[in-house]
Write a protein that binds this ligand. Structure first.
Ligand code: GLV
Ligand code: MG
Length: 347
């Protein structure tokens, strides 16, 4: 294991010093764009003000014969636009693919100073993060990039889930992690063809009453264990957890339920693969106005965060003060970007 001092040394001469604290950014949705499609690239200028993160996808869903076009399209869209406070990310191809070296080499060389985060798919263990950490440092140094590019891992293999804590703490470059339910289902041998969400056969059956009356069946959340494990690994390492894709665009209700479960469990955002998922993510990952108002009352009633008070018959103490602070801190970040919500929150 590296010593504390070495952990914060640049990994190449001339590379920027690693982040000690993550930059504060609102990342309720990571919006996926296929950069090889000119029509989609043309929408990016309008997209920037409507989403928190624009991600150029180079990996799965991009046909093999379009990989080079996607990479070049991403460089083009990075050059052509000013992203302001909106994040610019790319999902590169996985480390055992023939494209990844050129993805990193060409993108960091051309637009490394505009790139916030590289999303790395199919991360199996800390060794994958160490590899990309070193390579990014070399490329940053060569290109004269002054702000370290962060790494976001997709948690989508059984081995990755097993090693999730070591992945989260592998480098100060780690920004966070997303659950990748499609690849994870395949890697684990789960018997579902869905991309995220529930499954009608994953249920708990209510007790029978000894007759032939039909018994209630209650659908359970297939992703609960993994999301919880990911949130603990991320939050204990001071990085962010995200739910990933929800593949059924025809079912916005189920998408919203999946996103909300993730939000309640500690995730800060999710992927939007379709325009109708942008507003869902905005709604879900911005704290609910009633909760913000109540949280503000708790903070007001306990100015130094100690002691115990009753509000509307509910006990408040140091722990609920911290819960309230999580909600108010998030509301302030949302309010800074979204004037409509700022006035709803009264911030
Ligand atoms: C995302 O990449 C997934 O596999 O779900
Ligand atoms: Mg995947």
């Amino acid at each position: 294991m590296k010593t504390p001092r070495a952990f914060y040394q640049p990994l190449a001469i001339g590379a920027p010093a690693p982040w000690r604290e993550l930059p504060v950014r609102l990342e309720r949705m990571i919006h996926f764009v296929p950069p090889h499609v000119e029509k989609m690239r043309a929408k990016v200028p309008d997209l920037i003000s409507g989403v928190d993160v624009v991600l150029g996808n180079l990996e799965d869903a991009i046909p093999a014969d379009q990989k080079v076009a996607a990479r070049r399209g991403f460089i083009q869209m990075a050059r052509d636009n000013d992203f302001g406070a909106t994040g610019l990310w790319t999902r590169i191809n996985c480390l055992n693919s023939p494209w990844v070296l050129d993805d990193l080499n060409e993108i960091v060389g051309a637009v490394g100073d505009k790139l916030d985060v590289v999303m790395l798919p199919k991360v199996e263990g800390p060794w994958d993060i160490h590899f990309i950490d070193q390579l990014l440092a070399q490329l940053e140094a060569r290109a004269g990039v002054t702000r370290p590019i962060m790494v976001h891992a997709i948690l989508e293999t059984a081995e990755g889930v097993k090693n999730v804590e070591a992945i989260a703490t592998a480098s100060p470059r780690m920004h966070g992690m997303s659950l990748g339910p499609a690849d994870l289902a395949a890697s684990r041998g789960m018997k579902t063809t869905r991309v995220g969400g529930g499954h009608p056969d994953y249920t708990v059956l209510a007790d029978g009453d000894g007759t032939s009356a039909p018994r209630g069946a209650f659908q359970q959340d297939l992703w609960h264990y993994t999301v919880a494990k990911m949130v603990d690994a991320c939050m204990s390492a001071g990085i962010k957890a995200f739910y990933g894709p929800f593949g059924d665009f025809s079912d916005p209700q189920a998408c919203e339920a999946q996103f909300r479960n993730a939000f309640l469990m500690g995730c800060v955002g999710a992927w939007s693969l379709h325009p109708n998922q942008i507003d869902i993510a905005k709604r879900v990952f911005s704290p609910e106005p009633g909760e913000v108002a109540f949280a503000l009352r708790i903070l007001e009633a306990m100015p130094d965060g100690t002691g115990a008070v009753m509000i509307d018959g509910k006990m408040q103490d140091d722990a609920t003060w911290k819960q309230a602070k999580v909600i108010v801190d998030l509301a302030r970040i949302v309010a800074a970007k979204d004037p409509a919500l700022a006035s709803v929150y009264g911030l």
